[in-house]
Design a protein around this ligand. Structure first.
Ligand code: CP3
Length: 345
């Protein structure tokens, strides 16, 4: 299908763009009353994720309401551990919770790797097909998955955590178990991303949300190694690697076979640009909390960020996902400011 707006794909490939493209991580869901209405009509988050027609509906909402330059499929990174045999629940105000975890060889044996992703995660691919039809070429559709290290964190910890010390303990006490599990997650994730592309995803992002809790050497061994395998395996569409907090590994990330590197708000865009050069596109990085300020302040802060860009190779985003209680009107101001910016590099 011909895309009417392919700005983000051109920006990812380093081609010419007439302005910077903009979208928000976690734009599907959370902030929109229209999302909450759909979610409220079902039993909860999981039913929404597993009902392709409704998942497609909330995927398209930000395109209609916020006027972003890309849609991201509504799903969650936790569908992968579930497909591998660890069922999760989303507990209101607490977050994800897994009944079973993988901390021993015995638990590892019960983990499933050799399954057909179309069979077990077919609802995601179906949501992609339906969303593509509804978007009708207005903007590209982004597919995604969690990075192996971040998925490992949830599979071993069994829930969210500030420190993920159960997960990190295994790196010291049983590194071979860690590698076996990371390897299985990587294999499934590559097949899963390829299936999303086949279903219609125009680009993909790998979220390594917990990259920043490891030191440089451990992240190289237990994180980057597996990120690299994914990046090398996906050649069909542009790939974005978002390793939150991985300041010490930007050089290594920029050598991977990817188009775009996600930058969080703690990182200095011009420093990262100096490190990466012109060979990769950078995505980010307004502090998600900046959207709590006044409309004029959102405008000023967004313009400041755009002024700091020293290249056309940028995709505008926040430095992490948008927070649930942000006023959608502030998000609109952010997007309008990017779209009306005139001092493009
Ligand atoms: O970007 C998008 O809008 C697409 C949808 C999307 C969701 N989760 C929907 C969701 C994406 C890309 C994710 C990724 C995800 N999920 C990550 C990586 C990105 C990041 O933010 O670091 C992580 C770590 C998760 C795990 C997860 N899912 C947590 C910790 C939670 C609970 C806290 C929260 O974010 O609200 C979820 C639930 C979840 N995933 C919700 C949504 C819209 C909230 C469910 C609801 O209340 O409706």
């Amino acid at each position: 299908m011909n895309l009417k707006n392919d700005l983000i794909l051109r920006a990812a490939r380093g081609e010419n763009i007439e302005r910077y493209p903009v979208w928000l991580m976690r734009q599907a869901g959370r902030i929109l009353p229209e999302y909450r209405a759909v979610r409220g009509s079902l039993s909860g988050f999981k039913e929404l994720v597993e009902t392709p027609e409704r998942a497609a509906e909330v995927t398209v909402q930000p395109v209609d309401i916020l006027d972003v330059d890309a849609a991201i499929i509504f799903s969650d990174i936790l569908v992968v551990p579930e497909a591998m045999g660890l069922e999760y629940q989303l507990i209101e105000k607490k977050g994800p919770w897994f009944e079973k975890t993988v901390r021993t060889e015995e638990a590892l044996k019960s983990i499933d790797t050799d399954f057909d992703v179309e069979d077990r995660l077919g609802y995601v691919m179906e949501a992609i097909r339906i969303a593509s039809k509804e978007i009708d070429g207005r903007v590209p559709l982004i597919g995604f998955a969690g990075a192996p290290w971040t998925i490992f964190c949830y599979m071993t910890e069994g829930q969210g955590s500030k420190t993920f010390s159960e997960s990190r303990k295994i790196l010291y006490t049983n590194p071979s178990l860690a590698h076996e599990l990371l390897n299985s997650i990587t294999e499934v994730t590559i097949r899963y991303i390829k299936a999303q592309v086949k279903a219609g995803a125009h680009m993909v992002q790998v979220f390594d949300s917990w990259a920043g809790i490891l030191g440089k050497e451990q992240y190289a061994e237990f994180g980057l190694k597996y990120m690299e395998r994914i990046a090398s395996a996906i050649n069909e569409v542009p790939v974005t690697l978002f390793a939150k907090g991985a300041y010490n590994s930007v050089v290594e990330l920029s050598k991977m076979d990817c188009n775009t590197i996600g930058v969080d708000w703690n990182m200095q865009m011009d420093t990262i640009r100096k490190t990466v050069g012109e060979t990769r596109t950078l995505q980010g990085n307004l502090d998600p909390c900046a959207l709590y300020s006044s409309h004029s302040e959102v405008e000023r802060l967004t313009n400041n960020m755009l002024d700091s860009f020293k290249s056309k190779r940028h995709i505008v985003n926040l430095g992490h996902g948008v927070y649930p209680d942000v006023d959608p009107e502030k998000v609109k101001t952010f997007i309008k400011t990017v779209k009306s910016y005139e001092n493009h590099y």
